[in-house]
Ligand binder design. Structure first.
Ligand code: ZN
Length: 311
């Protein structure tokens, strides 16, 4: 099951020339949790005695038990700070303890300050021997171009939905930090969450963790398929504003619902306009514009586009 996570490119470069690995990688996808899972699983393979991520050899067991000091995960707090980079530089000078490599996973490097990124850059320019850096990011535009030019960049592909369902219902030990074990899911809810998660495990988990997910889902579907009259606007608006603590999650769900409709529709232009409007509302939320106003405007636009394009 686990092999399905890594890209075919990376798998083939791992099997062909293990010794010619890059000293630094950057994994990019919109899903922070997925990025981390990818880097963590790759670390397991790189540190494994058999180079397969067997989960049985002593190095793998240490990774699973979090006692393998050849694997270092940053940041310690919420985002990467200069102190984290200083600690990385110091530790990267030490020899590997158990195997032939030391791995540094640096999560969400795009959220690090430029000062911290600059400090890391110096290490990437003159990488210590036997050290591999695995950086992750959701927005590569926030990374110094000089860092990007020093790493092998890989855009992570969406995962197969069946694989995500397997990972969530039967989480491998390597992902115990991110996927809760022994949790029972309502089958319908799981199915909807996997579908709405759209190939991203973190997003899927976010839906499953939301207590109002199913209500959100049916509201989004109603807006997409039933909402036709301007006199219904205020009642829909009221329903949506109830999700105000999870409004970003709701908008992403609404977007998925329209994207699904787009796939099967002959009238693609209208749906594209609606999806653009949802994106616009998302940006407005980032700027802290009044939430009621944003939702009212969005619903009004959706209605207008539906009318103009007869969808
Ligand atoms: Zn192993």
């Amino acid at each position: 099951m686990l092999e399905g996570i890594l890209s075919k490119n990376l798998l083939s470069s791992l099997s062909q020339n293990f010794d010619k690995l890059s000293h630094a990688y950057l994994f990019v996808s919109p899903d922070e949790v997925y990025n981390f899972m990818y880097a963590k699983y790759l670390s397991l393979i790189l540190l494994c005695e058999k180079k397969t991520g067997c989960q049985e050899c002593s190095n793998c067991m240490k990774v699973l038990a979090k006692t393998n000091s050849d694997l270092n995960i940053y940041p310690n707090g919420k985002s990467v700070l200069v102190e984290d980079i200083e600690s990385i530089i110091e530790k990267s000078q030490e020899k590997p303890m158990f195997g032939d490599k030391k791995i540094f996973i640096v999560k969400s490097i795009d959220n690090a300050t430029f000062q911290a990124q600059n400090k890391l850059l110096k290490t990437l320019e003159e990488p210590p021997k036997n050290v591999i850096f695995l950086l992750t990011a959701t927005n590569e535009n926030k990374i110094l171009p000089t860092i990007i030019s020093r790493v092998r960049k890989e855009y992570l592909q969406k995962l197969d939905k069946t694989l995500i369902e397997q990972l969530i219902t039967n989480p491998p030990e390597i992902f115990k930090d991110v996927i809760p074990a022994n949790r029972k899911y309502i089958p319908n809810e799981l199915k909807q969450a996997v579908n709405s998660g759209d190939g991203y495990p973190g997003k899927t988990l976010e839906f499953l963790n939301s207590s109002t997910f199913l209500t959100m889902f049916s509201t989004a579907q109603d807006i997409a398929t039933k909402f036709m009259l301007s006199k219904e606007l205020s009642s829909y608006s009221e329903k949506v504003v109830k999700f105000k603590d999870e409004i970003k999650l709701f908008l992403s769900l609404l977007q998925n619902v329209f994207e699904e409709l787009l796939k099967t529709s002959n009238n693609k232009e209208g749906y594209c306009h609606i999806i653009l409007q949802i994106n616009k509302s998302n940006l407005e939320l980032d700027r802290n514009v009044n939430i009621n106003l944003i939702i009212d405007n969005l619903l009004m636009k959706i209605l207008e586009i539906k009318y103009n394009y007869k969808i």
